[in-house]
Design a binder for this molecule. Structure first.
Ligand SMILES: Cc1ncc(COP(=O)(O)O)c(C=O)c1O
Length: 491
């Protein structure tokens, strides 16, 4: 059989180091310019000194393998130290235990696996376990449900505050409910759910209660220490049985570092996977990954020790002040409004003017070197811009507010593009969605799919408008096809 020439095949002869490094450097040219401080998502940037230290620490432990903490006791110590610091900040008593994971998603998957296996053991009559989450809970819970065969029951949130409504949660509880999830805070609107009420409800009914503090776990404790109002959200709340908190978000650690904390060892037992029935080495994994680099542990350990509690308090004060400035600035722009009242430095901004399309603002900002995420509409929230205001963004907020005014003036001048799109127009496509159908649609929408760059056009307004109008199931079909196309080589 003739093998087609693949432009991505490994070179026959190895290349010199300098050439490889310069190729890698060149590849970064189209990435979001995070070092400018104008990227309000994805990257959580400490000071350069901390970043360099963390990189050194990460590199020092890059080769060590977390597969077996008895072979690398230094990794065991790093992990126990990190969990010790996390539980100290998050109200954990001496019984609370935990593990470092690769990210918030892995921590959440483990929380759901623990709940599923706990009830399988304790209440085997539950055959179809259910998890109650708000519409504002992170998508990782849906992923966990999908991977683990646990039904995810979604409840609406209050349309003004975007917080969970305990009454709706109560109504959603069934004999199959194994866990109630609250966010501290939710990503989309930055608000903390009423954890005390949720946890009390869970405890009274013998249900587990997980608090997702992936984004707030290393922010809210310092916010409290800095004197801001923080409603109880952690293990100090009776009934909270597990928490997720990410070192690699507002802990400013290099990515690959989150943690799952469990109320005690009796519960954590159900998180662990052991296998000695195959013919190789015995497997005992407390997390999803088996072989794993020690880099994230050392990087996070170095970062937390270098910044220290006083350093985090200072960062949080700066972020809180910048967030306040941002919220007040938006209040002065009649065409925009902040959704809800953020408890931390996450701000959702919606349009109040039919002529101002929020997706057009994001495109306009991208062309000027900024990066602002967009959030599609859901049944509880309008489409919005999302700002995660991290340490590096603080000084740029006044400029951002000025630019919002400029872009709004420009958009008001422009004739708004005709948005006559009716989702029903795509119905025949969904009946027969496959790679070819998607490629045709992608072509019409200006997606190159040439394997270079992101495959997306510079203007995403039209694509976002279409996605925004589609029901979530249809969005998911398109997004899956898009990703399936994006990771294709040699085509
Ligand atoms: C509240 C919340 N939970 C979970 C996650 C998932 O974290 P990760 O992207 O590290 O998997 C995020 C990410 O932003 C989040 O904001």
């Amino acid at each position: 059989m003739e093998v087609k020439n693949n432009k991505n095949a490994m070179p026959q002869k190895g290349l010199p180091a300098e050439e490889i490094l310069s190729q890698l450097q060149a590849m970064k040219s189209k990435d979001v310019p995070w070092e400018t401080g104008k990227v309000l998502a994805y990257v959580y940037e400490p000071k350069k000194e901390t970043e360099n230290l963390a990189k050194d620490a990460y590199r020092m432990y890059l080769i060590e393998n977390g597969l077996d903490p008895t072979a690398f006791p230094s990794l065991l110590k790093l992990e126990n130290d990190l969990i010790g610091m996390a539980k100290d900040l998050l109200g954990g008593d001496e019984e609370v235990v935990g593990n470092v994971t690769s990210g918030g998603t892995e921590s959440i998957i483990l929380a759901v696996k623990t709940a599923r296996d706990y009830y399988k053991d304790k209440q085997p009559e539950i055959k179809e376990p259910e998890l109650i989450v708000a519409e504002t809970a992170h998508a990782a819970f849906h992923k966990a449900g999908h991977y683990l065969g646990v039904k995810v029951v979604m409840v609406a949130v209050n349309k003004e505050t975007f917080k969970m409504e305990p009454k709706l949660v109560e109504a959603a509880i069934t004999p199959n409910t194994i866990m109630i999830v609250g966010s501290a805070p939710s990503y989309a609107h930055g608000v903390v759910d009423p954890i005390e009420e949720l946890a009390a409800m869970a405890k009274a009914r013998n249900i587990l209660c997980h608090v997702d503090a992936c984004v707030g776990g290393f922010y809210l404790p310092f916010s409290k220490k800095a004197g801001y109002d923080v409603a109880p959200f952690d293990f100090s709340v009776d009934g909270v049985t597990s928490m997720s908190a990410d070192f690699h978000k507002y802990g400013y650690a290099i990515k690959g570092a989150s943690c799952i904390l469990q109320k005690n060892r009796a519960l954590r037992k159900y998180q662990i996977f052991a296998c000695s029935s195959w013919s190789g080495y015995t497997i005992i994994n407390p997390t999803v990954l088996s072989s794993k680099t020690g880099g994230p542990l050392a990087g996070a350990w170095a970062t937390l020790h270098h910044i220290g509690q006083e350093g985090y308090i200072e960062i949080v004060k700066g972020c809180q002040a910048a967030t306040k400035l941002c919220i007040e600035g938006i209040a002065e722009i009649p065409e925009l409004e902040v959704l809800g009242s953020p408890d931390i430095n996450l701000v959702a901004i919606a349009s109040t003017d039919p002529k101002i399309n929020i997706f057009a603002i994001s495109d306009w900002m991208t062309k000027r070197g900024w990066h602002i995420q967009v959030q599609l509409a859901s049944s509880s929230s309008r489409e919005a811009l999302h700002l995660s205001i991290n340490r590096a963004n603080i000084e740029h907020i006044p400029e951002l507010l000025d630019l919002f005014k400029v872009v709004i003036a420009e958009l008001k001048e422009k004739e708004a593009p005709e948005m006559a799109f009716d989702p029903a127009m795509l119905a025949p496509m969904f009946e027969n969605m496959n790679a070819e159908t998607f490629d045709n649609l992608a072509g019409m929408l200006g997606m190159s799919g040439d394997g270079e760059g992101s495959g997306l056009p510079d203007d995403l307004e039209m694509i976002n408008n279409i996605l925004n109008k589609l029901p979530a199931e249809q969005r998911n079909v398109l997004l899956t096809e898009f990703m399936n196309k994006l990771f294709t080589v040699g085509s």
